[in-house]
Ligand binder design. Structure first.
Ligand SMILES: Cc1cc2nc3c(=O)[nH]c(=O)nc-3n(C[C@H](O)[C@H](O)[C@H](O)COP(=O)(O)O)c2cc1C
Length: 356
């Protein structure tokens, strides 16, 4: 009943708090015999790491991962893989105001209402520091699904969307926003700078595409690939919406425009002429790219005072000082990729369990 775990066959649990000595993940159910070292995990953590540009929080965490178990002679043994990341740049004094007043948009009030007690330093367990643990677990998941290529990028910041015609895969790693449209990346610099200077913040939309998912992964009804992805993505901090394929826009199409027409292909498999469904039908992959979009709310911690109440119930205002991401969506792209890998690795093993 504690809900710190995700997955069925490839199952991971995360542990740790923002200002504790360390955070980490335990991956259980990983097949044996996969080559795994810290060097397989570190590059993905480096992509999510804070403090790499002025557009992210200035908390300086090296996020060096250590593998404590589950690997022998450079290979996974099939036993639980324990991954640990030390917290080295905690500044608990930044959070003294938060001990006594609830930050709107954060989990402060909800945690107190549920547990009657909370680690207020940086949000404790509710902090997005937890997402580093998922990224580490996601790196292991990627080894289970080498046939799949996963790419996440931002398609919207502060209501400003990319031009789809300008999409360039090569641009994604060239700017601090994982933005595939170079002109949009320049506009986003100004949007985020302006928000930060105004003591405000902006939201974002991250799109994630998984290519190479074979037709047949997924399950009907209660473990639909759509619902597993939605559940995984919704569990990421600050995510308030998830769309698969055309998502909400599909409700505005007609049957014939929303169809993904098929024609015979050379190898006996169909050629799809469109992908409105985002690569999933009846909860099962069709073999087309799996496409998910997630909406991230604007950062709640802002310098502009917001009305709130204290633990004593009295009205007060709170300005959230400390170091924060002016747009949390920017650092969410590697987290969304990791969650896609974690869901797909689990689905691959589930499919193997039933179908062989
Ligand atoms: C990668 C990432 C970084 C985040 N950084 C911050 C931050 O610096 N400041 C902040 O107020 N919220 C940040 N958040 C969001 C909060 O963790 C989240 O809004 C809060 O815990 C409440 O949870 P909820 O939004 O999921 O309801 C971040 C989220 C993600 C995914």
């Amino acid at each position: 009943m504690s809900f710190n775990s995700f997955g069925h066959v490839f199952r991971f649990s995360t542990w740790g708090e923002s200002h504790g000595p360390a955070i980490g993940a335990i991956v259980d159910g990983c097949p044996p015999g996969l080559a795994l070292s810290e060097a397989d995990v570190q590059p993905w953590l480096d992509k999510r790491r804070p403090g790499t540009s002025r557009f992210t929080t200035q908390r300086q965490e090296p996020d060096q991962v250590r593998i404590l178990s589950g690997v022998f002679d450079g290979q996974t043994t099939g036993t639980p893989i324990s991954l640990m990341i030390e917290n080295v740049d905690q500044r608990s004094k930044d959070y003294s105001d938060v001990a006594n007043a609830y930050r709107p948009g954060h989990a402060d009030y909800a945690y107190d209402a549920k547990y009657g007690f909370r680690d207020y330093r940086g949000g404790g367990r509710s902090s997005a520091r937890e997402t580093a643990s998922r990224v580490a677990a996601g790196a292991v998941a990627r080894l289970v699904i080498p046939e799949v290529r996963i790419r996440a990028y931002l398609v919207e910041v502060g209501g400003d969307a990319i031009d789809r015609a300008a999409y360039d895969d090569g641009a994604i790693d060239e700017n601090p926003f994982f933005c595939p449209d170079r002109a949009a990346a320049l506009r986003w610099e100004a949007i985020i700078d302006q928000a930060r200077k105004a003591g405000s913040s902006v939201g974002a939309v991250v799109e994630c595409v998984a290519e190479g998912v074979p037709a047949g992964w997924g399950a009907p009804l209660y473990a639909k690939l759509d619902s597993e992805l939605a559940s995984g993505m919704m569990s990421i901090n600050a995510v308030k919406g998830v769309e698969i394929g055309d998502g909400f826009a599909a409700a505005r199409l007609t049957g014939e425009t929303n169809a993904d027409p098929m024609r015979p292909g050379n190898d006996g498999k169909p050629v799809f002429l469109a992908n409105h469904a985002g690569g999933i039908a009846g909860g099962i992959a069709t073999g087309q790219p799996v496409i998910v979009r997630v909406a991230l709310k604007p950062t709640s911690s802002i310098l502009t005072p917001v009305e709130t109440i204290g633990r004593d119930g009295a009205a007060t205002d709170i300005r959230t000082k400390g170091r924060h991401d002016p747009c949390v969506g920017v650092r969410a792209a590697p987290v969304v990729e990791a969650m896609m890998a974690l869901v797909l690795a689990d689905q691959k093993l589930l499919n193997r369990a039933q179908i062989g």
